[in-house]
Write a protein that binds this ligand. Structure first.
Ligand code: ATP
Ligand code: MG
Length: 224
């Protein structure tokens, strides 16, 4: 098991885990504010950020997986409940969420609630994900609002939402998997693509992401 993913978990009783996957190219305050909101408001023991190795539905990242992982690691250093899980990068190949959830369920056992956090934009693309209909067997899905994206579901997704919708966020803690819940959290109109574009245009990215990540981007002259 990866060192980074056990660092905090080791001495702690894990009652429930949230995971947030992404390309994190780079990680920014939109991701981080949501992560913090989620642990504080919904009482997860920890939230693990899981950078993918090769994103399945996106163009290939412009920088290395190691650089994206380094930046996620820097970003969570100051927050005890946010962890980095590097399993997808270690696994290499296409990063299928279902594989990650199966591994996590195996490690945490059948009882621990696991919640996969996704922004509304990602949730709308769920029917394109590999084996998406199996996801709720292993985890809940917490969908968070994202500026510019509306809950306009296609028929398959609408059916899934109707069949699995939780009555309240508390249900994410009272069963191991199987529910979908939607929440409006701190809405920040920040995206990694916006940050990459600003860098390309030689404009400032200050206050969009942690200073440590900003310094890393400068030091390694990324996204120029
Ligand atoms: P890109 O612009 O390259 O697509 P991104 O900002 O969307 O990057 P990702 O790494 O693709 O970042 O996103 C990882 C997860 O975080 C996804 O579930 C996405 O919906 C969510 N997310 C990213 N930014 C925000 C935001 N500002 N508000 C809410 N959710 C977000
Ligand atoms: Mg995105």
């Amino acid at each position: 098991m990866a060192e980074s993913q056990t660092k905090e978990s080791k001495n702690k009783q894990i009652n429930s885990v949230a995971i947030m996957g992404g390309t994190f190219d780079p990680i920014h305050n939109g991701h981080l504010r949501i992560a913090v909101d989620i642990v504080d408001r919904f009482h997860f023991t920890e939230l693990r950020l899981v950078p993918c190795f090769i994103p399945v539905h996106k163009s290939h990242p412009s920088i290395s997986a190691k650089q994206r992982l380094d930046m996620v690691t820097l970003a969570v250093e100051q927050h005890p409940s946010l962890l980095v899980d590097d399993r997808e990068i270690k696994r290499t190949g296409a990063s299928y969420t279902i594989d990650t959830l199966i591994e996590l369920r195996d490690e945490l056992g059948p009882e621990v609630p696991i919640t996969m956090v996704v922004g509304m934009d990602s949730f709308l693309s769920l029917p394109l994900w590999y084996q998406w209909q199996r996801i709720l067997n292993y985890a809940h899905i917490l969908v968070v609002s994202r500026p510019g994206w509306h809950p306009e579901f296609d028929i398959e997704l609408q059916e899934l939402v109707e069949n699995s919708r939780a009555q309240s966020a508390a249900e994410l803690q009272s069963a191991p998997a199987g529910k979908i819940h939607m929440e409006t959290l701190t809405e920040l109109r920040i995206s990694s693509s916006m940050i990459r574009l600003l860098c390309e245009q030689n404009k400032s990215i200050a206050y969009l992401l942690p200073e440590s990540v900003h310094a890393y981007i400068d030091q390694h002259t990324l996204y120029q």
